[in-house]
Design a binder for this molecule. Structure first.
Ligand code: ZN
Length: 183
C-alpha cells in the first residue's frame, strides 16, 4: 500500500474512498490462491510477477474461486452448448478475475478477454462484437467508460456485479432468452 502511495505505516486506518484503489493495488501485486495443487500450479504459471499468497478462503482463490463459481460456470457451459454458442467475449474485469475465468472455462468456449483499462478503437470493438456469440460488459470492475461505450448491440449483456458466479449466470440467462426470441 505504501508503494502505491495509498497509505503508510504510520496510518492505522484507510479512507473508505480508497478501498477500490486498494483492491486494485493488491490485485496488481498479489495472486491469492487456495490450497488445491492444481490451483498452485496454475498460479505459478500465470503469476506474471505477482506474489502468490495463500487465500484465506477458497472463494478468494484467483484460480478456481471456490466451487460456487465452478458450478455456475459449468451451468453456463452447458447452456452455451445447448444454444450453440462457442465464443464469449468479456470486456472488463480485474486481472485476477480474468485469470480465474480462463481457468474455469478451459477449452470449452473460445474466450476473448478485453482489458477495460486499455484504450480500444471502435474497429476493434466492432470486430469483437462480430466475433462473439455473446459479449459481457463487466461493469463495476476495472472498466473505463470510454471502453464500455463501444460495446452495444443485440448480443451484448451489461452486468453490474463483479463476481464470476454472477457473470456465468448472466450468460446462462442470456442464452435462455436468445432461445426464446428465436423460437
Ligand atoms: Zn483454487
Amino acid at each position: 500500500m505504501q508503494e502505491a502511495g495509498l497509505s503508510n505505516p504510520r496510518k492505522p486506518n484507510i479512507n473508505v474512498s480508497k478501498t477500490d484503489a486498494v483492491r486494485e493495488a493488491l490485485e496488481r501485486n498479489f495472486l491469492l490462491v487456495c490450497a488445491r495443487g492444481d490451483c498452485k500450479e496454475e498460479a505459478a504459471a500465470v503469476r506474471d510477477g505477482r506474489t502468490v499468497v495463500p487465500a484465506s478462503a477458497p472463494r478468494h482463490c484467483a484460480v478456481c474461486g471456490g466451487s460456487a463459481n465452478q458450478r455456475a460456470v459449468e451451468e453456463m457451459l452447458r447452456a452455451c452448448q445447448v444454444r450453440g454458442w462457442r465464443r464469449l467475449c468479456v470486456v472488463g474485469g480485474s486481472p485476477n478475475a480474468r485469470t480465474a475465468l480462463t481457468q474455469l472455462i478451459g477449452r470449452d468456449l473460445d474466450l476473448k478477454l478485453v482489458d477495460g483499462t486499455m484504450s480500444r478503437s471502435k474497429g476493434q470493438a466492432d470486430s469483437d462484437l462480430g466475433w462473439a456469440d455473446v459479449v459481457i460488459v463487466w461493469g463495476s470492475t476495472q472498466l473505463n467508460h470510454k471502453v464500455s461505450l463501444l460495446y452495444k448491440g443485440p448480443n451484448v449483456v451489461q452486468m453490474a456485479r463483479r463476481s464470476i458466479q454472477e457473470l456465468a449466470k448472466s450468460v446462462t440467462r442470456a442464452s435462455a432468452q436468445a432461445k426464446r426470441t428465436q423460437a
